[in-house]
Ligand binder design. Structure first.
Ligand SMILES: [Zn+2]
Length: 372
């Protein structure tokens, strides 16, 4: 490979994919023209929610390895059977630091930062996942994109940074509060795209060495006026489930020991509003709601929701001036990248190991395609 690139991984939380177009996001579109914007976007695993998606993005590993299977820990601790609160395996950021490379993270979600163990990192904003007093917060208590902006520009200007991971949260908050297509959300998307423009300006002097990847963790869909689904409430499902946890339009369920799994799945998946299911391990079931439907929880977003198959599309854009960008572009043009494919790809670009990754290096995909 030519010179080791500088990699910038920029992630938007809950980016409404329908808003990716020249009128709303001219800078993202322009970036894609230097490489590729995957024609149908990328894919995340289910549930299509923040913590599992980011854990897989940065470790390159599936949920069975990361241990992060739900975002619902915001309502309290995750019951052990439904995963953990902190990622089990190494992130590509940790791997970069251990290899002596310069790595920095700038994040608009301090709770996610802890889930990913990025509070351990020396070069992190907010430092140790503690948002400095006086920082402007959005309605969900996370730093606004405007508050994060100076920190991400400063990190991008540091030429010693080999890997910069940036997370911007506000599109998720606005999408939840107003819906994915609302004027307020689209204004937030426009402002987020303007941040991309500022970032590209700062990266320009070293463009020849730069690879920019833009992703998101999940899409967002409008919540429809139906009651929330409680899989334990119906007479037919009485006694089938001994514990469950909602995660937006998805829910993890643990079946009661001794219950016939076949019968339980039949009844649970026939509930009003349930569209699909996945069987992940003995006695643990992931129920998926129909588009616009959501599961019962202590707090349900007003207007926009995610978690099921209807919101599993992500942004997937590569750009930059490094020669390797052309190969990455060819790869994602041919096959929608999954979130866990980006980690091993970044590791390869930086010449470091990511031992637990089970995603596919996107450069390897490009080679396989051209060989075949
Ligand atoms: Zn969300």
């Amino acid at each position: 490979m030519t010179d080791r690139p500088r990699v910038v991984l920029l992630a938007f939380d809950g980016f409404p994919i329908g808003a990716l177009r020249a009128e709303t996001t001219p800078n993202l579109v322009r970036l894609g023209e230097t490489g590729c914007s995957a024609p149908t976007g990328g894919l995340t695993a289910l549930p299509s929610t923040t913590y599992p998606s980011f854990a897989s993005l940065l470790t390159g590993a599936s949920q069975s390895k990361t241990g992060i299977r739900t975002t619902s820990q915001q309502f309290g601790a995750v019951p052990g059977w439904a995963g953990d609160n902190r990622v089990h395996v190494k992130t590509v950021v940790h791997a970069a630091v251990e290899s002596g490379l310069g790595a920095a993270v700038v994040m608009g979600d301090q709770k996610l930062q802890k889930v990913l163990r990025l509070d351990e990192l020396e070069d992190a904003w907010p430092p140790a996942a503690e948002v400095p007093p006086g920082t402007e917060l959005d309605s969900h208590g996370y730093p606004t994109n405007a508050a994060v902006l100076p920190h991400l520009l400063a990190a991008a200007a540091d030429v010693d940074t080999d890997l910069l991971f940036v997370h911007l949260n506000e599109t998720d908050t606005l999408g939840h509060d107003y819906g994915p297509n609302a004027p307020e959300t689209l204004a937030c998307v426009r402002a987020a795209d303007a941040i991309v423009g500022r970032l590209l300006e700062v990266l320009a002097p070293d463009w020849r060495r730069t690879v920019v990847m833009v992703v998101s963790d999940h899409d967002m869909t409008r919540r429809l006026p139906f009651p929330a689904i409680d899989p334990t409430a119906s007479h037919e499902c009485a006694g089938l489930v001994d514990d469950w946890i909602a995660d937006g339009c998805a829910a993890w369920l643990r079946l009661t020991p001794g219950v016939d799994a076949h019968m339980a799945i039949n009844r649970l998946s026939a509930l009003d509003g349930v569209e699909n299911w996945r069987w992940r391990e003995p006695n643990v079931l992931l129920l998926l709601a129909a588009t616009g439907r959501t599961f019962s929880a202590p707090w349900i977003p007003l207007a926009g929701i995610h978690g099921s198959t209807s919101t599993d599309t992500t942004l997937a854009i590569v750009g930059g001036g490094h020669p390797i960008v052309a190969e990455l572009a060819a790869s994602i043009a041919q096959r929608p990248p999954r979130l866990r494919d980006w980690g091993p790809t970044i590791a390869n670009l930086l010449g470091i190991e990511l031992p637990d990754a089970d995603g596919i290096d996107l450069l390897e995909v490009a080679e396989l395609e051209s060989a075949g």
